[in-house]
Design a protein around this ligand. Structure first.
Ligand code: SF4
Ligand code: SF4
Length: 717
C-alpha cells in the first residue's frame, strides 16, 4: 500500500514499482488479455443497458440503506442470526473481537473480504490474541508476506511463481518446486486444510445482503469460502452497508455483470446463498452461532453527498484497475492504500482520510477508461476531480494553483501572457523554431521532461489567422462555429487552418467567436473548481449555440469536457440551460466530417501514405471509434497498430506532475505505432499530437505525427 506522506516520497514509491520488471511484464500481459476476454464474454449482450440497470438498482438500494438494514435484520433474526451495526471501523473490530471472546474462539479462518481489509480486522484480532489465517490462495500468500492486496480480485497478482515458491519453502521448511504452479497450489491446500479443521470461527465477506429474505450472497471461485462458512462453529459475516439490496432478483441482475467484468467469466465457480444459522455438530444447540456485522464507516454520510454517493454502487469487480494505464504501470500497492486502482483513489479519501489520499488522487491521468468499463457506470474520474477540489477547499490552494487560476480566469490576461511567452521563447527554440530546447528539471518546476521534445508557441495564433484563411461559401449547407482550445489556437493553429479548408471546401460556413477561452479541463484536473466554473460559463455565453448547426472541436479532451463536463458543472446555475444547449451542439471534427458531411472515398486522392491511428481517450471513451478509422481508410493506407485504443500518457498537467509515468506510456505508444509499419500516426487531439510527436522526436523514432484535419486537407480533392 502506498504510504507516502508527500509527493516527493510518492515519486520514490512510483519509481520502485517502475523498476520491478516482473510487475511491469505481468500487468502488461494482464491488461491486454483482460480487454480481449472482457470483449468476448460480453459479446451479444447489451452491456451498457445492463450497467445502467445495475446503477439504478444500487442507487435505489443506497437511497434506502437504513430501511433495508432494518428489514434485513428482522428477516435474518428469524433465521437465528445476530445482526450488528458498527458505526466505525474500530467499532466493527470491537464487535468481532467480542464475538470471538464470548465464544472462546482463538483460531480464526477467513475468506477474502475487502471490507475486512478496510478496517484492518486481522491486526485488531491478532492484538486480542487470536490467530487469523487467510484461506483465499492470493490472500494467504500476501498475509505470509505481511502485505496488502495489490488487486481487489487477484490480491497477489504482483508476485511471480518463483517468489511464491520461495515463500512456501520458507513456511513449510521443505524445498518447493519453483516451476510447477499446480504443485504450489497443492502445498497451499495441504497447509490450509489443517487450519480449517482447527478453526473455531470463520469470517467471510458478502457480495449481497438481500433484505427481503435476510440472506447473504457470495460470488467466488476457489471454494474456500464454503469451508470457512460451514466448518467452524461460529461464523461472522462482515459487510459494508452498501451491500444491502432489496431482492434476490436484483442481486441476480448484478451477477450478470460482476463476474463478467471481474474475471471475464459468465459465472464464477461458486455462487453461495447463506440463509441463516445452519446445523453444526459442535455449535450450541446443534446450530452454528452466526453473526452479521454491517459496517457504516462513513457510508451513511456518503449517501447524502450528491458528489460522492454513486461510489456506493461499486460491486468491487476490480475492472477499473484492469483498464487503468496508471495501474498497469505501477500496480495496486502504489496506486491505492487498501482499496486500489481508480475506485481506490476515491475510497481511500472517503474511508481512510485525506492524509492517505492527498498524493494518490493526483495520480489519475483522466482518461475515462475506468468510467467506461465500470460495472455500475460510476464516473470515477469526476469523483477524483471532486476530491482534488475538496482538498483545495479544505486545505487551501497551492502557489501554482493560485497563479494558474488568476491567469486563466481572465481571458485577456491569459492571452497576453501567451503573447509574451511567444516573443520571449525565441532563444530557447530549436529545429526551425518548432520545439523548445530541453531545459534542466530544476527550471521545469522539478519535472524532468527530457523524454519528449516540447513544442514552441506558433508565430501566429489561429485567432490571428482566421480571417485570412476562412472562405465561407455563399450558400452554405451548414453553419458551424469552431471551438479551438488553447493548444490549437496557440501551438498548432495549422490543425484548425486545415479544418477550415476541409469544411469550406464541402460547403460549410465557419465562424470563430473570439471571446472563447480555455475549456477549463486543466483547471478541473488541478482541482481549481471556482475558476473552472468561471471559464465554462464564459464559453457557453460566448457561443450563441442556437445560431449554429454544430460547434466543432478538433481536441478530444475539450470535446469530452464541453460535452459531458459542462452540463454537469453548470447544472443548477443560471447558465444550466445554455450549457445544455451548448453541449448538444458540440461535435468532434472526425464525426462531423464522416457522419454529417458524409464524405466518401471519391472525395479524397488516396494518398498511399502509410498511416496508423492513435485513438484519443476522450473520443473512444465517448463511443467514437469507427469514424476516424473509416476516414483513414478513404484517405490513406491505414495500418492498424497494436493497442491503438490505449492512452498516450499526455493528460495535460498530469504529464508534468508524473513525467516518469507519462514517459513510459508515451514510449509504448510510439513503439507500437512504429511497429505497425506506418510512416505517420494520425490522431484527433492536439494533446496527443504534442505527446506522441514529442516522444518520437526526442527518441528519433522514424514516424511523423499529424492531426486528422491535416491529413484530410492534404488528401481531399
Ligand atoms: S481516468 Fe484513467 S488514469 Fe484515471 S483512474 Fe480512471 S483509468 Fe486510471
Ligand atoms: S468502481 Fe466500478 S469498475 Fe471499479 S471495482 Fe467498483 S464496480 Fe468495479
Amino acid at each position: 500500500m502506498a504510504e507516502a506522506r508527500n509527493m516527493k516520497e510518492y515519486h520514490g514509491e512510483i519509481q520502485e514499482a517502475l523498476d520491478d520488471a516482473f510487475l511491469r511484464k505481468t500487468l502488461d500481459k494482464f491488461a491486454v488479455e483482460y480487454k480481449a476476454n472482457r470483449e468476448r464474454i460480453f459479446t451479444g449482450i447489451d452491456v451498457n443497458g445492463l450497467i445502467h440497470e445495475v446503477a439504478e438498482i444500487k442507487d435505489n438500494a443506497a437511497q434506502h440503506m437504513m430501511e433495508l438494514y432494518e428489514q434485513f435484520k428482522t428477516e435474518a433474526e428469524k433465521r437465528g442470526v445476530h445482526v450488528h451495526l458498527a458505526a466505525t471501523a474500530e467499532e466493527a473490530n470491537r464487535i468481532i473481537a467480542k464475538i470471538a471472546k464470548d465464544n472462546d474462539c482463538k483460531n480464526i479462518i477467513k475468506s477474502k473480504s475487502m471490507t475486512a481489509e478496510e478496517i484492518h480486522l486481522n491486526d485488531a484480532l491478532e492484538k486480542e490474541g487470536c490467530k487469523v489465517v487467510e484461506s483465499d490462495l492470493g490472500e494467504w500468500i500476501i498475509q505470509l508476506r505481511h502485505e496488502g492486496p495489490s488487486h481487489m480480485v487477484m490480491p497477489a497478482i504482483h508476485l511471480s511463481r518463483y517468489q511464491v515458491a520461495d515463500l512456501f519453502t520458507e513456511v513449510t521448511k521443505v524445498e518447493q518446486d519453483r516451476e510447477d504452479i499446480q504443485k504450489l497450489v497443492k502445498v497451499a491446500r495441504r497447509e490450509l486444510r489443517g487450519e480449517y479443521v482447527q478453526a473455531d470461527m470463520g469470517i467471510s465477506g458478502a457480495n449481497f445482503a438481500v433484505a427481503e429474505a435476510g440472506v447473504v450472497g457470495t460470488v467466488t471461485n476457489e471454494g474456500n469460502l464454503r469451508l470457512v462458512t460451514t466448518l467452524p462453529r461460529v461464523h461472522v459475516i462482515l459487510a459494508g452497508l452498501e451491500k444491502l439490496i432489496p431482492t434476490v432478483a436484483e442481486a441476480l441482475h448484478c451477477i450478470q455483470v460482476l463476474p463478467r467484468n471481474a474475471t471475464a467469466q459468465a459465472i464464477t465457480s461458486y455462487v453461495t446463498w447463506i440463509a441463516g444459522a445452519n446445523e453444526c455438530a459442535t455449535g450450541p444447540d446443534g446450530r452454528k452461532e452466526m453473526h452479521i456485522v454491517f459496517l457504516d464507516n462513513g457510508r451513511t454520510k456518503i449517501v447524502k453527498d450528491p458528489a460522492f454517493k454513486e461510489i456506493l454502487r461499486c460491486v468491487r469487480c476490480g475492472a477499473c484497475a484492469n483498464v487503468c494505464p496508471v495501474y498497469r504501470l505501477i500496480g495496486g500497492h502504489k496506486m491505492g492504500y487498501v482499496y486500489i486502482g481508480a475506485v481506490g483513489l476515491a475510497l481511500t479519501y472517503l474511508y481512510h482520510g485525506a492524509d492517505k489520499a492527498r498524493s494518490l488522487v493526483q495520480n489519475c491521468i483522466g482518461c475515462d477508461s475506468c468510467k467506461n468499463v465500470c460495472s455500475a457506470g460510476i464516473d470515477l474520474p469526476r469523483i477524483t476531480r471532486e476530491i482534488r477540489s475538496r482538498l483545495i477547499k479544505d486545505e487551501g490552494n497551492s502557489k501554482a494553483g493560485s497563479v494558474m487560476s488568476m491567469v486563466m480566469k481572465d481571458r485577456e490576461r491569459f492571452h497576453s501572457l501567451l503573447k509574451f511567452i511567444k516573443f520571449s521563447q525565441k532563444p530557447l527554440t530549436v529545429k526551425g523554431g518548432r520545439f523548445i530546447r530541453h531545459l534542466p528539471a530544476v527550471l521545469m518546476g522539478g519535472s524532468d521532461q527530457s523524454f519528449r521534445q516540447l513544442p514552441a508557441l506558433a508565430p501566429k495564433s489561429f485567432r490571428q489567422l482566421f480571417n485570412s484563411v476562412v472562405k465561407n461559401p455563399a450558400n452554405p449547407k451548414y453553419r458551424v462555429a469552431l471551438f479551438s482550445g488553447c493548444a490549437q489556437d496557440f501551438v498548432y493553429p495549422e490543425h484548425l487552418v486545415a479544418a477550415v479548408q476541409v469544411l469550406n471546401r464541402h460547403g460549410v460556413a465557419v465562424d470563430f467567436p473570439l471571446q472563447q477561452t480555455c475549456c477549463g479541463l486543466p483547471l478541473e484536473m488541478m482541482g481549481q473548481r471556482e475558476t473552472s466554473l468561471q471559464v465554462a460559463s464564459q464559453n457557453v455565453n460566448t457561443f450563441e449555440a442556437g445560431k449554429y448547426d454544430a460547434i466543432i472541436t478538433l481536441c478530444a479532451s475539450c470535446y469530452g469536457h464541453l460535452k459531458n463536463g459542462y452540463p454537469e458543472l453548470l447544472s443548477g446555475s443560471d447558465d444550466a440551460y445554455r450549457a445544455g444547449m451548448f453541449a448538444s451542439k458540440i461535435i468532434n471534427f472526425s464525426s462531423f466530417v464522416f457522419n454529417v458531411l458524409g464524405l466518401k472515398e471519391e472525395d479524397f486522392i488516396k494518398s498511399g501514405d502509410k498511416v496508423t491511428y492513435h485513438a484519443p481517450c476522450h473520443m473512444r471513451n465517448n463511443g467514437i471509434k469507427d469514424e476516424p478509422r473509416e476516414l483513414l481508410r478513404m484517405a490513406a493506407d491505414y495500418r492498424p497498430a497494436k493497442e491503438e485504443d490505449t492512452c498516450c500518457g499526455f493528460g495535460g498537467t498530469y504529464s508534468v506532475k508524473f513525467p516518469e509515468l507519462s514517459a513510459e506510456i508515451g514510449k509504448a505508444k510510439v513503439k507500437n505505432s512504429v511497429e505497425s509499419g506506418a510512416d505517420i500516426v494520425v490522431t484527433d487531439c492536439p494533446g496527443c499530437v504534442m505527446q506522441i510527436r514529442g516522444v518520437a522526436t526526442a527518441s528519433d523514432a522514424p514516424i511523423r505525427v499529424e492531426h486528422m484535419a491535416e491529413l484530410l486537407a492534404r488528401t481531399m480533392k
